[in-house]
Write a new protein. Structure first.
Length: 313
């Protein structure tokens, strides 16, 4: 069997997705790669890899007999607005390098994540549809929408199997997120668990779609395992669990930590959040490959606080 390459294995999604892939396929079948030194997956074959380096990527694919790539290395929304050229180069050159190597080496499948950031102010804010107006306002969002089109182009032109999800804000405790707008929720949970107060960079009623990482990882694996003929969406699937505002999250945290207190100082990230939908219609994912989130919002808060207890933010 050909091997699986995870690009960005040390990142927020990569850390947990790599663990799940190892559980499913065995450690010998998974090669971890990241621009940084190997993190927690010490048992795996590891390659230090900058995905913008096409030649090195091709060498890694050839050397390990790679058949499938999960390409997770990306600049997120907030950091992307601070470093636009860096973000565009990483997100677009990285994806194009992956698509090209997948075409040349005839890989069987590629996974690449899109995001709710691909939507914009023209998208209906509630129940953002699978197909409709998309006018992203961040460099990150523009790169995600362009990336969706590139994936469809490669799939149509070369008959490649490229699968993708529009992730909502992902909440996790294993690895830090890389500078997103939804990170406030993780920061608030870390602060509460450490007995500290928190200052939110989003306003109290700023509602966004979110998901717990174990559900996002399972969604990814379910999508990648689904028979191709079941997948009717040619591009990236909308994916949802629940939506909440800082006020709603803090209310749930306070039921566990009554003294937890939050101040609100919205910064440039507020405008990013204001251009994103409040909720997502993921009925195509539910119909085509039976997607269902498992964690409720309060189960996520309990699980996060349990894992974070005693940790410094
Ligand atoms: C971000 O906030 O930039 C990401 C995302 C929603 O894609 N978490």
């Amino acid at each position: 069997m050909k091997k699986i390459l995870v690009i960005g294995a040390n990142g927020q999604i990569g850390t947990e997705l790599t663990t799940a892939l190892v559980k499913l396929h065995g450690a010998k079948q998974v090669v971890a790669s990241d621009i940084q030194a190997l993190g927690r997956h010490q048992e795996l074959a590891y390659e230090k890899l900058d995905v913008t380096d096409a030649q090195r990527l091709a060498e890694v694919v050839q050397q390990h007999g790679i058949g499938e790539i999960y390409h997770l290395a990306a600049a997120l929304s907030a950091k992307g607005e601070e470093h636009p050229e860096w973000a565009w180069n990483l997100n677009m050159t990285g994806l194009l390098n992956v698509l090209e190597v997948a075409r040349q080496a005839k890989l069987s499948k590629v996974f690449w994540p899109s995001s709710i950031a691909a939507f914009g102010p023209s998208t209906p804010r509630d129940n953002a549809p699978q197909v409709g107006a998309m006018d992203p306002k961040t460099v990150y969002g523009i790169s995600k929408l362009a990336g969706e089109h590139w994936c469809s182009w490669y799939a149509e032109k070369y008959g490649m199997d490229i699968r993708s999800l529009r992730y909502p804000g992902l909440i996790s405790y294993s690895a830090e997120p890389g500078g997103g707008t939804t990170d406030y929720a993780i920061q608030a949970l870390f602060a509460a668990a450490a007995g500290q107060n928190y200052t939110s960079f989003l306003d109290i009623d700023s509602t966004l779609p979110m998901m717990y990482m174990p559900d996002a990882v399972r969604a990814t694996i379910e999508l990648m395992s689904a028979p191709k003929e079941q997948l009717k969406v040619a591009g990236s699937y909308n994916l949802a669990a629940w939506s909440f505002s800082p006020r709603e999250l803090v209310d749930i945290i306070r039921q566990r930590y009554p003294s937890f207190s939050v101040a609100y100082k919205p910064d440039f990230r507020q405008a990013i959040a204001d251009a994103w939908p409040r909720s997502i219609d993921d009925s195509s994912a539910r119909e085509d490959w039976a997607w269902r989130p498992a964690y409720s919002l309060s189960e996520m808060v309990d699980d996060m606080l349990k894992h974070l207890a005693g940790r410094k933010p």
